[in-house]
Structures are given as structure tokens and as C-alpha cells.
Write a protein that binds this ligand. Structure first.
Ligand code: SF4
Ligand code: SF4
Ligand code: SF4
Length: 404
């Protein structure tokens, strides 16, 4: 039932041997397909074996699921957008989706906007403590670790350290803060991400709490997740064991430590902006957006931007066409349209050719709004989106003021 926890591993010897943490996720995805609970699995795999280039894949043949085994820390595919844009929001197909917390949260925000059919999904959440920009990661491995990036077979981000394992079985470790001070390390949004365990998915899977065992710690987060796990156990795909209190405590402590680290980073990222006067802020952002080339990349990458007929298009008359940089209404409109649901996924900032700190701005505004409306995007499917669900009382509340 919801809230149950277990240590799980694959009963399939081939999967168990290949997987770092017992292969429970791979076994569950395979079960989802073979039991016909879903028509397809959406997951990420390395393109042509290159772990710095991951692509979302839709798998319908169970034997291919194993190709997605293992974590890829140097890629951050846009799973929610992919589901909505290319898979018709799962309206005509049942899909098991392997997803990080930001993917799952964006999916839930899109479900609330009727862009994705949640009934047709099984969300297999994967714990996450951050992803690295692939080009920077390769440079970092060369310059800071003194190794060839193609020798890296695994990365691990935990307790403020980045640990990498090499083909020859050796490991190297460096302090994450020091790396990030130098401009390496995780994507900027990941540094301030305070949702590591995807409890909004149907099940949340990770290694915290496994305490050296070759197993995956699974938390059941919904009744659908509970039914799924029970059926997988009955069918013999996974073996499970109850975690002891020490395992549960370890997982909780590790999560709390990461949340603390992320909140500290949020303070650091936002202090500079919050410390400015309104006029200074306006001028700062005007300066940033003066570099905008109106490529629409941020709009096209953002999972929350979903309108088919976008008001920012040149023929809509909202923003004067043919101007670079575009009128300030261009970024303003986009920001206002997404800031209540921004999940800090960083996709907008990743694609911006002008390197405007979009995610930092929009997520900061989201936190301001979250404080007012007590709304955490993507955390609870039943909580209405604040800017789509304004009550009369909220409209007339004293002191409600959002500033750029
Ligand atoms: S934003 Fe959070 S969940 Fe998403 S990749 Fe970064 S750390 Fe992981
Ligand atoms: S605004 Fe940026 S960070 Fe926020 S949800 Fe959209 S793409 Fe992600
Ligand atoms: S991605 Fe950057 S340059 Fe392109 S439209 Fe968005 S803000 Fe402007």
C-alpha cells in the first residue's frame, strides 16, 4: 500500500549481474511490458553507447529494456515535453515512464493542464541529486580529474562529493562545492533542486538506504504503484525484503542533507537578485534580455509552455514582429505564463543561446508565488494551479505583490 517501503532486486540473473543496484527498475519496466500493463516504456539510453549523449527511447519489446539500465548523469532529456509533444500525452497509449523528480513534477503539471493522461501512465520515479552538462563534464574530467572522459563508466553525487568510477575499476572523488566554484559540476538548476526523491510518482526508486546491498530502495507512493509492485512480486520479476529502521533512517538523513544543501544554494542564487531595489532589478533583467535573439528556444523547451497557438508568435500582434532584441513583453509574457508551475528543470536555461539565467529568475519567482499560495508545483496532483484557480479572496488580498 501507499507508504510501504522495500529493498528490491531483479530475479533475472542477467539483469541482476549487469545492474549496479540489483536491477529492480529494469525488471519492473520489463514486467510492465510483458504483463501488458503498458503498451510501451519511456526511458533514456546512451546514444550509440555514448554516456554523454542520452536520448529518450520508446520501447515496446521487453528484451530491449535492459539497454536503458544504469544512470546517465551527463544528460538531461526533456521527458515531460517528449511525452506531451511526441507521444500525444499518452492519451492513446499506456506508458511506463522512468523519470527523475523534475520530469515527474512537470508531467503532473501537464496533467493538470489536460495535456497528459495520467490514467495511462505508471510513473517509475528515480531519485536524483543532479545532472551535469555533458560538455562541461567532459572538460572537467580532463582538467580536474586528469582522465579521459571515455574512461568514465559511472558518476555518483552524494554528500557533497562527485565520485567517478573508471573502466579499470578505480574511483576518483572530488569536493562538489570546489568543482562548482570553478564552474564545473552540476547544472545550475540541479544545485538548487530540493526534491531528490520523486514521491509524486507511483513508486520512488533509489540507492539511499540500501547500505551496501545490491538492491534498490523503493517507496510506494500511490495505490497504482502498490498494485504494480504487488503484481511484479507475484509474477516473480523482483524479490523484496523489508528495510530495517537503520536503512529507512539513512535514506531520510541523506535526503535531508541534500535538501539542506539545495536550500543553501537557493539562498545564494537568489540573494543577489533579492538584494536589489525594484529599479535595479528591472534594469538588471532589461540588460539580460537585451541579449535575447527571440529564437523561441526557451518556449519550445519548457515543459510547462504548452499552448498550441502561442501568443508570442509574430502574427499574433502581442509582440511587435521583426525586432531583435524583442520587446520586453516577449520574456515577460512567457515568464508570467509559466512561473506558477515552474519545476526548476533548467531546460529553458540549457537551450538559451544568449545564456540568460532564465531558470534562476523563473524559479525564484515561483518560490515567491509558492510562499503566497502555498503551492509546490508537481508535488500533488489534486492541488489546483494557483494562477488558473484564483479565488475572489485571493484577488483582493492585501500585500500580494510580485516583483521582477
Ligand atoms: S532538477 Fe532536480 S530532479 Fe531534475 S535533474 Fe536536476 S537534480 Fe535531478
Ligand atoms: S521555466 Fe525553465 S526551469 Fe521552469 S519549468 Fe520551464 S523550462 Fe523548466
Ligand atoms: S532561449 Fe534565450 S535567446 Fe532564445 S528566445 Fe528564449 S530568452 Fe531569447
Amino acid at each position: 500500500m501507499k507508504g510501504d517501503m522495500c529493498l528490491a532486486w531483479s530475479s533475472d540473473e542477467q539483469i541482476f549481474k549487469r545492474a549496479e543496484y540489483g536491477g529492480a527498475v529494469t525488471a519492473l519496466l520489463k514486467f510492465a511490458l510483458e504483463s501488458r500493463m503498458v503498451d510501451a516504456v519511456l526511458a533514456v539510453k546512451a546514444r550509440d553507447g555514448n554516456r554523454y549523449d542520452g536520448v529518450p527511447v520508446l520501447i515496446t519489446e521487453p528484451e530491449k529494456v535492459i539497454e536503458t539500465a544504469g544512470s546517465l548523469h551527463c544528460v538531461s532529456p526533456n521527458i515531460a515535453r517528449c511525452l506531451k509533444e511526441y507521444l500525444n500525452g499518452a492519451f492513446d497509449m499506456k506508458i511506463a515512464v522512468a523519470c527523475k523528480p523534475c520530469d515527474a513534477r512537470a508531467i503532473i503539471e501537464l496533467v493538470k493542464r489536460t495535456q497528459i493522461e495520467k490514467e495511462n501512465l505508471i510513473l517509475i520515479g528515480l531519485n536524483c541529486t543532479g545532472t551535469l552538462p555533458s560538455a562541461t563534464a567532459k572538460r572537467m574530467f580532463h582538467e580536474e580529474f586528469g582522465i579521459d572522459p571515455s574512461d568514465v563508466i559511472r558518476e555518483d553525487i552524494e554528500e557533497g562529493k562527485l565520485t567517478i568510477r573508471l573502466k579499470d575499476g578505480t574511483e576518483k572523488e572530488k569536493d562538489l562545492d570546489e568543482l562548482e566554484e570553478k564552474g564545473y559540476g552540476r547544472r545550475e538548476n540541479c544545485r538548487r533542486c530540493d526534491v531528490n526523491i520523486p514521491v509524486m510518482a507511483d513508486i520512488a526508486c533509489g540507492k539511499w538506504g540500501t547500505n551496501g546491498r545490491k538492491a534498490t530502495f523503493i517507496e510506494v507512493c500511490s495505490e497504482k504503484g502498490s498494485d504494480f509492485i504487488e503484481k511484479a512480486i507475484e509474477a516473480g520479476y523482483i524479490k523484496v525484503e523489508k528495510p530495517d529502521s537503520a536503512a529507512i533512517e539513512t535514506r531520510k538523513r541523506k535526503d535531508e542533507e541534500e535538501v539542506k544543501r539545495a536550500r543553501k544554494q537557493q539562498e545564494k542564487d537568489f540573494a543577489f537578485l533579492r538584494g536589489m531595489s525594484t529599479e535595479e532589478k528591472f534594469n538588471y533583467w532589461l540588460g539580460q534580455f537585451s541579449r535575447c535573439i527571440k529564437c523561441y528556444g526557451c518556449r519550445d523547451a519548457c515543459p510547462i509552455c504548452y499552448c498550441k497557438d502561442c501568443t508570442l508568435e509574430a502574427d499574433r500582434g502581442t509582440v511587435p514582429p521583426g525586432e531583435i532584441p524583442p520587446d520586453i513583453m516577449f520574456p515577460m509574457i512567457r515568464i508570467v505564463h509559466v512561473m506558477d508551475s515552474c519545476v526548476n528543470c533548467g531546460q529553458c536555461q540549457d537551450v538559451c543561446p544568449a545564456e540568460i539565467p532564465l531558470s534562476r529568475l523563473i524559479f525564484m519567482l515561483n518560490r515567491e508565488l509558492g510562499g503566497i499560495f502555498k503551492y509546490e508545483p508537481g508535488m500533488d496532483i489534486n492541488t489546483p494551479i494557483p494562477l488558473k484557480s484564483v479565488t475572489d479572496k485571493e484577488l483582493t488580498m492585501a500585500g500580494v505583490e510580485i516583483q521582477f
